[in-house]
Design a protein around this ligand. Structure first.
Ligand code: NDP
Ligand code: 8X3
Length: 253
């Protein structure tokens, strides 16, 4: 199915999976609303991708409900009709046992990964239901299917993303809106730098094996949005070959 000239809004487009998805979508002529908090990165991505498609940047923090709703409501006419929503913004904050976990980390993960995804969706779904068309892809995680040691709250936030995805698919079914989740395992992005707050521990996470690259996930996202109208990719779990599950990764050190 051609998506040329459709409009996609991608949260977390300043880095990693979101940026790779913007790059992939641009190749196919999809018009893009790229979102994030780091304006200089949005500007530089816009400068590059404008050679291929129409780009609009939106700077907001998904934790801020009013800012999120206002930013999306204020989109110019050419970008207002969102056909495809990629709910990708999110991160892990910390990797601590529940008894010593940091409350600010917990707030960040629940506020960004769960509530932020809901705020963005709330701003966009009414347009989709009115038009009786649309496609929403939520970026979950293998951590949404399996809990691992010290993953407690991050895993909880991603389990919530999967439950919300299923709820969206049920409630939006009468409107013909597609909803699905793409759930990667380890992907080499800035994810671990954020999780470990710049600590050197982050360097070890992707050493000794070939992790998924953000482009690998973007490929699958594009595959999902380019199926025929009657096909909905509801749920994908993807790992790099070296990873068998959340705790078993074959490393050569
Ligand atoms: P990155 O850290 O590379 O990218 C995270 C993106 O989220 C950035 O663009 C960042 O933009 C945005 N973001 C973070 N917090 C906020 C906020 N408060 N408001 C708005 N935007 C925000 O990580 P990934 O690309 O790896 O992560 C993308 C998604 O993929 C996340 O949902 C993550 O949980 C999921 N995932 C990642 C895996 C991995 O191993 N890397 C595996 C499975 C799932 P900015 O800072 O500019 O606001
Ligand atoms: C990111 C993958 O294994 O670090 O969601 O939780 S993991």
């Amino acid at each position: 199915m051609t998506n040329k000239n459709k409009v996609a809004l991608i949260t977390g487009a300043t880095s990693g999976i979101g940026r790779a998805t913007a790059q992939e979508f641009a190749k196919h002529g999809i018009h893009l609303v790229i979102c994030g908090r780091r304006q200089e990165r949005l500007d530089s991505l816009k400068a590059t991708l404008s050679k291929e498609t129409e780009i609009y940047t939106l700077n907001f923090d998904v934790r801020d409900r009013a800012q999120t709703l206002e930013a999306i409501a204020g989109l110019p006419d050419a970008f207002k009709t969102i056909d495809i929503l990629i709910n990708n913004a999110g991160n892990a904050h910390g990797l601590d046992p529940i008894q010593t976990g940091d409350l600010d980390d917990w707030d960040a993960m629940m506020d960004i990964n769960v509530k932020g995804l809901l705020y963005v969706s709330k701003a966009i779904i009414p347009g989709m239901t009115a038009r009786q068309s649309g496609h929403i892809i939520n970026i979950g995680s293998s951590a949404g299917k399996e809990v691992y040691p010290n993953g407690n709250v991050y895993c909880g936030s991603k389990h919530a993303v999967l439950a919300i995805t299923e709820g969206m698919r049920i409630d939006l079914n009468p409107f013909g809106i597609k909803v699905g989740a793409i759930n990667p395992g380890l992907v080499e992005t800035e994810f671990s730098e954020v999780r470990f707050k710049g600590d050197a521990k982050a360097d070890a996470v992707y050493k000794g094996y070939k992790a998924l690259q953000p482009e690998d996930v973007a490929d699958v996202i594009y595959f999902a949005i380019s199926r025929p109208a009657h096909v909905n990719i509801a749920d994908v779990l993807m790992f790099c070959t070296a990873q068998a599950n959340s705790t078993l990764v074959k490393k050569e050190l």
